[in-house]
Design a binder for this molecule. Sequence first.
Ligand code: CO
Length: 300
Amino acid sequence: MALDKSILAEYKQAGTILSQALAHAKTLIKVDANILEVCQAVEKKIHDLGGSIAFPAQPSIDHIAAHWCPDPGSQEVFEEGMLVKFDVGVHINGRIADSAFSVDLSDDGRHQALIRASKNARDEALKMMKPGVTLAEIGRVIQDEITAEGFSPVRNLSGHGLGEYDVHVAPSIPNFDTGDKTELEEDMVLAVEPFATPGKGKIFEQDQGNIYGYKQFKPVRSPYAREALKIIEEYNGLPFTLHWLAARMGTGQAKLALRELVQKDVLEVYPPLQEVSSGIVSQSEHSVIVADKPIVYTRE
Ligand code: CO
């Protein structure tokens, strides 16, 4: 049994748009480029190509593995020596494509091996996305590719299933051999994303962040929070970031609204994920549909 043709077409369309948007991102991520402006340009590109954004562009830098977004009005720029991960999602009618690449902004190519480690791990794992392969076998291959380059996989980050309007569903795809004998099944839609580091290979959540997820509806009183909720409904329960809301209702009001919505448990915060030993982290990611011939639909 294969996926319905119209559903498959939506995944492929989301993947093609994402691939084109990431190609655009690669031309923009340069030393001295304003980080917020790059994110906004890539998100605009997704819209212009007819896609919807599944989650905000996240240009996480160096020892931040994921979940970092610039604040509204940020003047931060990319700097020489940085390793930048760029991760963003596109959806068509809730069918999500999720992909990320790493870029070495050093003069001397010092991050090349680290980037190669996560990329090799991803590409070898993608070849295994066939029915009957176990999660442990996939994790083992990812781990072996990364350790072959002299680095460690980040063990408490994993790939994940992609649901309808849901960025994280079962199964988790481990980046090391967990011994899990769960088998892949035909038509599972998965994001494969190995992270490699010269550090300890573990991340923790920072205290604060500016990426939000929708938890549950609850009535709210303040006009700001109500206005924010109306805007948030447009995101279909998918994650969003402060600078999106700030562009719609002003930074001060957006911050007040978000604080109230988090307090009321309507929203949850996804803080930046930092490597415990401040090791630099690389990430490479594609989305794939499990089949005897795996369909990697974010690879152009
Ligand atoms: Co991703």
